[in-house]
Write a protein that binds this ligand. Structure first.
Ligand code: PLP
Length: 376
């Protein structure tokens, strides 16, 4: 097995800068549960990143992305509400039913293309809001980048946001890989892209991923009250602190309030308080693009190699003959996405993820491994 795998961006280690920042938290005692200086700084950093005043972005740090999604949505939705997501969304497929099982919020699965929902879903689901037999569709959940490595454009997200506002619904964004999306959307000014895709697009609840982009274990739940419908604000007069307390209670009850919050804050500061998030995501994206170029070249020559989706961030989905899979997996480490893919041969589809630390040589080795098999 090569040292670096293509299984997941979670397979990569934490960036040394992140480990260093955690080590530098120091030996002094501090107040816990987020009442410490580093935690306050992390909140300020998240607000700055999104171009907001601290009171306009409620952020809580959680050890994983599932926590951010479940806490975010369930802090506002009741068991008779529903959230619309794609069939392959993480909240649907990969959170062991946490939102439904722990918090009783139904997930509606709307059809998607290349992992993306269409804005037409509002027309489909809105009439259900007055049907007492159906869960009230009060939120739409998008993932950026999607679970199939594709991206919503800023304009597409703004369309979803407009429709959410008109429909008095919440727009939720699972941003486990939003750094990759921001860097790919505007390499010159990823901060501007991040703000345009979230604050300006009308996102009300989002996760801001860190773990997959060189963090150790931390994602950030961010709530943007100015983008929430009135019903979610508990009356016009609910101040920021009331909303925050509600979310923190949800966090505590949801078992993800980390007592030594300063260690999560240190990760946020190392990544988002500097340009590390940009460098890390840019490298992962660049290596995926290199992999795609090599694979497209092979695809033109080999009937059973197929890049399945547009490569728009740091993942490549590759259909290949089943007989190659085991030995390639042993050599390079990756997950099979579909054991039986589409097409006449029903060949499996593999997911190949690149990470902040993937090197050109890693990609070239993988390409060479596939090339050798393709040449028989
Ligand atoms: C799209 C997406 N959302 C959220 C997550 C966060 O998951 P976890 O709870 O494992 O950190 C992941 C991780 O694979 C993901 O791919």
């Amino acid at each position: 097995m090569s040292q670096r795998m293509f299984a997941s961006d979670n397979s990569a280690p934490a960036s040394p800068e992140v480990i260093q920042a955690m080590a530098e938290v120091g030996s002094a005692h501090r107040y816990s549960y987020g009442a410490d200086e580093l935690s306050f700084q992390a909140q300020q950093t998240v607000a700055d990143l999104l171009g907001l005043k601290p009171d306009d972005a409620i952020s809580v740090l959680v050890p994983n992305g599932t926590g951010a999604n479940v806490l975010g949505l369930s802090s506002f939705l009741r068991p008779w509400d529903g959230v619309i997501g794609s069939p392959e969304s993480h909240i649907t497929e990969d959170e062991c039913g946490a939102l439904e099982g722990l918090r009783g919020v139904k997930i509606y699965h709307a059809p998607s293309k290349n992992g993306k929902l269409s804005v037409d879903i509002y027309d489909t689901y809105l009439p259900w809001a007055t049907n007492l037999h159906r869960n009230n569709p009060r939120a739409v959940s998008l993932t950026q980048t999607t679970e199939l490595g594709t991206r919503y454009s800023i304009e597409e997200l703004a369309d979803f946001g407009r429709r959410a506002r008109d429909s008095s619904m919440i727009l939720h964004l699972d941003g486990a890989r939003i750094a990759n999306a921001a860097v790919a959307t505007n390499p010159e000014d990823p901060r501007a892209a991040l703000r345009a895709m979230t604050r300006d697009a009308g996102v009300g609840i989002m996760s801001l991923g860190a773990t997959k982009n060189g963090g150790l274990s931390c994602d950030i739940l961010v709530v943007l009250p100015q983008n929430l419908p009135d019903w979610a604000l508990e009356g016009d007069s609910a101040p920021w602190s009331v909303l925050k307390l509600k979310i923190q209670r949800s966090q505590k009850q949801g078992l993800s309030l980390f007592s030594k919050n300063r260690y999560l804050a240190a990760q946020v500061l190392a990544l988002y308080g500097t340009d590390l998030w940009v460098h890390n995501a840019a490298n992962a994206n660049t290596q995926a693009a290199r992999l795609e170029r090599g694979l497209r070249d092979l695809e033109a020559k080999h009937l059973r190699i197929r890049v399945m989706y547009p490569v728009q961030a740091n993942g490549v989905w590759l259909q290949m003959p089943g007989e190659w899979v085991k030995s390639l997996q042993e050599e390079f480490g990756f997950y099979l996405w579909e054991p039986e893919g589409p097409g006449p041969f029903k060949d499996p589809v593999a997911r190949l993820m690149t990470s902040w630390d993937t090197e050109e040589a890693d990609v070239d080795r993988l390409l060479e491994g596939i090339r050798k098999r393709a040449q028989g």
